[in-house]
Ligand binder design. Sequence first.
Ligand code: HEC
Ligand code: HEC
Length: 350
Amino acid sequence: MFRLTFLALCVTALMMSACGGEMETPEPEPMSWPEVAGYALMEIPPDNAMTAAKVALGKQLYYDRRLSGDGERSCYGCHLKENGLTDGRPTALGAFDKQLTRAAPTMWNVGYYESLYWDGRSGALEKQVKGAWGGGNMGASGNDGAPSMDDVCAKLNEIPGYAEQFQTVFGGPATPDHVAYAVAAFMRTIVTTTENSRFVAFRNGAEDALNEQEKRGWTIFSEKAKCTNCHDGLLLSDMQFHNVGIGMDAENPDIGRAKISEDEKDTGAFKTPSLYDIAKSAPYFHDGSVATLEEAVELMTSGGKENEYLDVDNLADAKNADLSDDEKADLVAFLKALDVEYTIAEPMLP
Ligand code: HEC
Ligand code: HEC
């Protein structure tokens, strides 16, 4: 956290000195931003330092439907707290009611990911925001009569509360880049901590944060079935791409990572999803094809679904563990203990 705080201080200091120290007293910066305790520091791009004013602006934009092409969807609208920061649908319904092909993943800890989306096609969050905003999700594409991102920015600049904040944070009006930077900064604060996650607390030494059954489930998850071969570490993801067989029996399977890497062996491989809030985020998998957590666990403990590209090596422990019904119940209890207490409140919009 030291580095984040240091960056924030530098930015504040720069802003002060550029204005000869005569500007109004800035909002006090938080001493530190939330973090996954025990995990490596989040990398903050040097050109998008975290500041309280920027995060507050990004949060409003993230919750604001006026950002979308049809005026009906906000980013938050598909990443809802009651659904574990997903949308509760098998596959998402984008702006202008366009049916999308994949399920909305959770937003927990996205600031730590080196690559975003199920297939990892986007790197930095700053780029991803524009992808979601100008693409099918939010529909500000500028095509077929839909407004473009620039058109939406022109509208935002007519709202005094936004115009002022963009001026303060970026020294200029709303532009697609400024919006993307602010929203990315906000998303970096959506983090599981020792306060909101019993699992993070447990992994940082709070032995009694999990009950006996949940602890048995953790032992199965980490030692016996070795789900941690892929759902690794405090993010519960190795950030790699694996084929566990989902959707491979479709007529035209979604080839996932292979489309990006152009490597045939990545066919049907998807990014290992974080399992935070998993009990709330049904239905499961990239295509939303599995309705309940129990069925999802059944599928994973049986070693995935047979197909030519299955990651047999990493799934062998899960299959060979040959778990009893009681052990599966313990595993499900552990997964339910990954629920996160959501403390981010909806902001007031200007
Ligand atoms: C219509 C529903 C919908 C809306 C609106 C939406 N998203 Fe998403 N989001 C999704 C889906 C579906 C995916 C997965 C797409 C894929 O992997 O191909 C996703 C993926 C993401 C990811 C990647 C997460 C990961 O684990 O890699 C981020 C970050 C994200 N969205 C942020 C946003 C932001 C920011 C906005 C607003 C600009 C937004 N979303 C609006 C449905 C939505
Ligand atoms: C080979 C790596 C690997 C192993 C081992 C593994 N998983 Fe997964 N898991 C994945 C991937 C990749 C996905 C997403 C697959 C998809 O949607 O196509 C996934 C998805 C899931 C999901 C659904 C998540 C969601 O957001 O929809 C659950 C639940 C799950 N795994 C639990 C487990 C459990 C429990 C174990 C151990 C018994 C386990 N996994 C072992 C890689 C793995």
